[in-house]
Ligand binder design. Structure first.
Ligand SMILES: [Zn+2]
Length: 315
């Protein structure tokens, strides 16, 4: 696609011009420890968390999609294109999560390592939406044990471009694996405290399939596994029926999806004499603010778990 190549080319030229004109943009590293550091650009915060933990001080990590950003709809901005063209290596989630970035990632893959970390998990454990065999649900970070399977792919990709630090990457990858193993068990023991009849999770879009399978919940969503489709009134009415008949106490909003559909559920239930509350905001496809607990993958997972457990009557 010549159009994209032109944009990339222009972005490289522009980047060089800015560097030449403005030395503040990219100050020379003061400490020799960071000399020759690898610049990794990641799409989502969850991907960046894996790369940051395995890369350690050798790898400078930038995430394109910050808090509240929906990866299904995200398009690379000119600033992203500059970052991506300057990167040493690019990591993304894959399985068509970043639905609008396919072309640019493919283009980049011709000139530098571009790694879809989600493609490296055990495919036998991938879920497909009903009636869509061959299409995989991309939300694999919701099953912590499945997300942990992305660790070797990140470690191997970093070792390929920086073999001298192989042992450090291996040690950090082991540490992160252990951390996620402990996190997986922590989630399991929290979720079992929810009474059996209340294990129904109703959210804005169908991101929680892996979470439901791994931790024993029934999950229903207004929109499908991508937020690209519009919610139909019929789907909202069907969910209201379910909430009323099962006496589900709470539904959940997501930080990266507009609240209006979930509010329609609450109003629909009220009209039928059933009070359903908004149990809180879940981080589905984006982490929280950088620098907070929820701005890390383990913190995001525990925020969701604590919110769900509390709203559905667990302890
Ligand atoms: Zn999603």
């Amino acid at each position: 696609m010549p159009g994209l190549r032109t944009i990339l080319h222009a972005a490289v030229l522009l980047g060089a011009a800015i560097l030449a004109a403005c030395s503040e943009r990219s100050p020379a590293p003061a400490a020799p420890a960071t000399a020759g550091a690898i610049e990794a650009v990641c799409t989502t915060g969850m991907v960046a968390d894996v790369v940051r933990n395995i890369g350690g001080e050798r790898v400078q990590v930038a995430a394109l999609m910050g808090e509240g950003v929906d990866p299904h709809l995200y398009k690379a901005s000119p600033a992203d294109v500059r970052l991506l063209s300057d990167a040493t290596i690019v990591f993304y989630s894959g399985l068509h999560l970043e639905g609008k970035m396919g072309e640019i990632l493919e283009q980049l893959g011709r000139s530098k390592p571009v790694v879809a970390i989600g493609e490296h998990v055990d495919h036998a454990r991938l879920m497909s939406p009903p009636g869509a065999a061959g299409v995989h649900d991309p939300h694999i970070w919701f099953d912590v044990s499945l997300w942990a399977q992305t660790i070797p792919a990140v470690r191997e990709a970093l070792v390929r471009i920086d073999p001298a630090h192989k042992d450090a990457y291996a040690a950090r990858a082991d540490q992160y694996s252990q951390r996620l193993e402990a996190l997986h068990m922590q989630v399991q023991s929290a979720m079992v405290t929810i009474p059996q009849g209340s294990r129904v999770l109703v959210t804005a879009h169908d991101a929680f399939g892996y979470f439901a399978r791994a931790y024993g919940l029934e999950v229903h969503a207004i929109q499908g596994i991508s937020t690209e489709s519009e919610a139909a009134l019929k789907d909202i009415n069907n969910l209201v029926d379910l909430l009323v008949s099962r006496k589900v106490p709470a539904v959940f909003v997501e930080s990266s999806v507009p609240r209006k559909n979930i509010e329609a559920l609450v109003e629909g239930c009220a009209a039928r004499g059933h009070t359903v509350t908004i149990g809180g905001e879940l981080f589905s496809d984006a982490m929280g603010k950088p620098g907070t607990d929820e701005g890390t993958y383990p913190g995001m997972v525990m925020h969701n778990v604590n919110t769900i457990v509390k709203a559905l009557g667990g302890s």
